[in-house]
Write a protein that binds this ligand. Structure first.
Ligand code: BT5
Length: 324
């Protein structure tokens, strides 16, 4: 069933906005005009605008700006990441669903994505605002065979992938603030949250939650984050199809993840440092227990931030909020 619908979308996609006759479609798909008509009705219900003109046939006049399976799968170039999509309109948090699926054995590369989150979360049980249809709110399941202490590397790897994807899709230039924020013009456009399912010595699943503000305008932002948040659309002055951005993230992530599994963190560390906006600057790191002011020296092979305080002592920061 769903593969016929997928093929139907592919036929339209190949036609690139031109009309395709009912005859051609039914020949290509090897099913009756009535069967095809039913699938077209399904597409309409999903928000596709299908135009029908006598003697010319059908064309897609407008695709929905949704992040459904169809939209993501069509033209996806990856082998693993994004090959299993779990899509929902509204969820509390995609992290929660992904955690359940990972626990139940979902394969590597499984992605949970929603149009809206009602209880999107950041680190330390902070809130992640996720208004409907405006951003990419997704969680990706990876299953690397690595020891637990290396898991933070994957947050940094994910940040680099998203940074690269955003630059490709939008042409904007972005910076990364350790460990997990992507900033544009000093404001936060992306937050990343990595959670683990692990035995004492071995990771079973890493769940990478990525929130990208894509098409929000200023009025979409809650008052408390308005001064610190931005979106790709605000920065670029134009909207972007969210599914295309997701495809770009998946492709970059897959490339870097393969590099990571074969050659380790080396190249990813260099790439991360090339995006880092705090290295060499004086910053304030607030951990759960203390506040340290110092110069950010760089990150270790494990992805831990090194901070040199005014007395020349080096502090290894595993988890903190950074003020620049
Ligand atoms: C983060 O936490 O930045 C990680 C956010 C991860 C969100 C994704 S969305 C998909 C997946 N499902 C989830 O439930 N979560 C993940 P943290 O570094 O703790 O930053 C949180 C802070 O960012 C908040 O306290 C706000 O100040 C700010 N903030 C909240 N929503 C924002 C938004 N949409 N844009 C920019 N800043 C925001």
């Amino acid at each position: 069933q769903s593969s016929i619908r997928q093929q139907l979308l592919e036929v339209f996609s190949e036609a690139d906005g031109e009309f395709v006759s009912g005859q051609t479609i039914s020949e290509k798909l090897g099913c009756s005009r009535t069967a095809i008509w039913k699938h077209m009705e399904d597409l309409r219900r999903e928000g596709y605008e299908l135009e029908a003109v006598r003697r010319l046939g059908y064309r897609i006049a407008k695709k929905p700006d949704k992040v459904t399976n169809n939209e993501i799968s069509l033209g996806l170039q990856t082998e693993v990441i994004g090959r299993h999509i779990h899509y929902e309109e509204t969820v509390d948090s995609t992290q929660k669903i992904a955690a359940r699926l990972a626990f139940e054995g979902a394969p590597e590369g499984t992605v949970v994505v929603a149009e809206e989150q009602t209880a999107g979360r950041g680190r330390l049980s902070r809130i992640w605002h996720s208004p409907k249809g405006t951003g990419v709110w997704m969680s990706i399941i990876l299953r690397p065979a690595i020891p637990v202490q290396q898991a933070p590397q994957l947050t940094l790897l994910a940040a680099v992938s998203v940074a690269q994807a955003i630059e490709q899709v939008t042409g904007l230039s972005v910076g990364i603030k350790w460990p997990n924020d992507i900033l544009i013009g000093g404001k936060k456009a992306v937050g990343i949250l990595t959670e683990l399912q692990a035995d004492p010595d071995q990771v079973n699943a890493v769940i990478i939650g990525i929130g990208v503000n894509v098409n929000q305008q200023r009025e979409h932002f809650a008052e408390e984050i308005l001064p610190i948040a931005t979106s790709l659309a605000i920065e670029a002055g134009t909207a972007f199809p969210r599914a295309s951005l997701m495809q770009a993230v998946f492709l970059q992530l897959e490339k870097l993840y393969k590099e990571y599994l074969t050659n380790g963190f080396g190249i990813i560390k260099l790439l991360w440092e090339s995006y880092a906006i705090s290295i060499g600057r004086e910053i304030t790191a607030r951990t759960v227990t203390s506040t340290i002011v110092g110069t950010a020296k760089g990150i270790t092979e494990e992805g831990v931030l090194l901070l040199e305080d005014r007395d020349g002592r080096i502090h290894a920061i595993h988890s903190a909020d950074i003020e620049i």
